[in-house]
Design a protein around this ligand. Structure first.
Ligand code: NAG
Ligand code: NAG
Ligand code: NAG
Ligand code: NAG
Ligand code: NAG
Ligand code: NAG
Length: 408
């Protein structure tokens, strides 16, 4: 008797346990300043650049493809005024943020910003002085953001040791979540504590998405590591829960040092960028681009505007996709099979070769209880049918990706 009561109580509260702010029902798509105007992590941004990005995204196919947010990283804050209100950098934003927010909105995009749970932000936007975090000002800052028309907030996790004691991420993210809720405005909330305390198990109560691991950089070493970190987390993602955030998309590369305006310096191969995007889409990850989209290269257009893969990313029929097996004929971890359940009983499938040489990867349809399968290649204009199994050659660090349906 008490057991079934307990069960009912959990079932009843289950719904309200998610951060119920009405946004983030699909993985967010957008752009972030983290790599803007050159090298990633330089964390520069200004009003002129953000408006130019909005102009570009409104016309380069990104808006049409579903990219919705234009977000600032650690590049805009400056100091608190005598009332404790956060003030934007006046060299970068001479008229404050509001005209920029309005301009970005007028182009059909939502505007987001960054803060930190602790005393100071992580990089202080490359400046010689420290930029205040939100610690001690969560409600005040949430109200300020709401009054500026901000619709996405990322909260980072630096300088969180206060008087010798490390803050508890559970408490801090809950407090900011409550503060955002109290503004009465639906504001997408992204947590960024790099996977401390397995946020995929609890952060859905407070945030709409949560970083699952370390920063993503424009090199294969980090990309492959982040893919591995996220391989088993798919079930934690979904509508009514929230999204595992493997961090920004590096597609096309930036990485120039010193920074050069509108020049792309790719740190990965075109094959590796296709793999990045495919697996981010399958795992229902946020699609947040950090490369300069004012002048997209051909690989950026091919990858970032792949409508078939975006459709799979935005499909919320089931939870996020995950690694479901291996083709062990090429070694322990080399040939990986990833899948995501999508609409109409179909599946998105990626055959991923993590190895440094090419391999033939075999997908055995009995894995799905299927026999005759119709497959649409998501990178090539190619449809095929296969029975019992399908074998394809996949180049080193590459993927072959399909939308598949059982047809007999
Ligand atoms: C605030 O939280 C309540 C309870 O979960 C929810 O019903 C409401 O929609 C939230 N409001 C906003 C603006 O997030
Ligand atoms: C640190 O402790 C001192 C002394 O108790 C206090 O005045 C100060 O406000 C504390 N700092 C923070 C950030 O809480
Ligand atoms: C765009 O990129 C191409 C190739 O790198 C370059 O030749 C061109 O000058 C760039 N255009 C702008 C507007 O930056
Ligand atoms: C897809 O759905 C089936 C049936 O519910 C389930 O057994 C399988 O684990 C799911 N696969 C993924 C990748 O979520
Ligand atoms: C894959 O199989 C084909 C057909 O058997 C063969 O020609 C090719 O060399 C194989 N590739 C690799 C990387 O083993
Ligand atoms: C695959 O089989 C289905 C169902 O029999 C059929 O409608 C479709 O045309 C076939 N596709 C190809 C590429 O042969």
């Amino acid at each position: 008797m008490w057991l079934s009561f307990l069960f009912l109580a959990i079932a009843a509260t289950g719904a309200v346990l998610a951060n119920n702010n009405g946004v983030g029902l699909k993985p967010p798509m957008g752009w972030n300043t983290w790599c803007s105007l050159g090298r990633c992590g330089r964390d520069y941004c200004d009003a002129k650049e953000l408006m130019a990005i909005a102009d570009a995204m409104a016309t380069n196919g990104m808006k049409e493809a579903g990219y919705e947010y234009i977000n600032m990283d650690d590049c805009w804050g400056d100091h608190r005024d005598d009332k404790g209100n956060i003030v934007p950098d006046k060299d970068r934003f001479p008229d404050g943020l509001v005209p920029v927010v309005k301009y970005v909105n007028s182009k059909g995009f939502k505007f987001g910003l960054y803060t930190d749970a602790g005393l100071y932000t992580c990089s202080s936007g490359g400046r010689k002085y420290k930029i205040p975090g939100s610690y001690g000002h969560y409600e005040q800052d949430a109200n300020t953001y709401a009054s500026w028309g901000i619709e996405y907030v990322k909260m980072d996790w630096c300088n969180t040791k206060i008087n010798g004691t490390e803050l508890d991420p559970h408490k801090q993210y809950q407090e900011m979540s409550d503060a955002l809720n109290k503004t009465g405005k639906p504001i997408f909330f992204n947590s960024c504590e790099w996977g401390v305390d397995n946020p995929w198990e609890w952060m859905h109560q407070y945030a709409n998405s949560w970083r699952t691991g370390p920063d993503h950089h424009d090199d294969w070493k980090t990309t492959s590591k982040i893919i591995e970190v996220n391989a088993d987390l798919g079930d934690y993602a979904g509508t009514g829960k929230g999204w595992n955030d493997p961090d920004f998309l590096m597609t096309g590369g930036e990485g120039c040092d010193p920074p050069v305006d509108s020049v792309h310096c790719p740190g990965m191969t075109d094959t590796e960028y296709r793999t990045e995007f495919t697996l981010w889409c399958l795992m229902s990850a946020p699609l947040l681009v950090v490369t300069d989209v004012r002048n997209m290269t051909s690989i950026m257009k091919e990858v970032l505007l792949n409508k078939d893969l975006i459709e799979i990313n935005q499909d919320t029929t089931g939870p996020g996709g995950k690694r479901i097996g291996f083709d062990k004929t090429c070694g322990e971890n080399a040939c990986q099979i990833w899948a995501k359940n999508i609409t109409n009983g179909e599946k998105a499938i990626a055959l991923y070769n993590a190895d440094s040489v090419s391999h033939n990867i075999t997908l055995d349809f009995s894995l799905f209880g299927w026999k005759v399968v119709s497959m649409q290649n998501l990178w090539k204009n190619e449809n095929l049918n296969a029975t019992n199994s399908y074998t394809v050659e996949v180049e080193s660090h590459g993927v072959q990706a399909y939308r598949a349906a059982s047809v007999g």
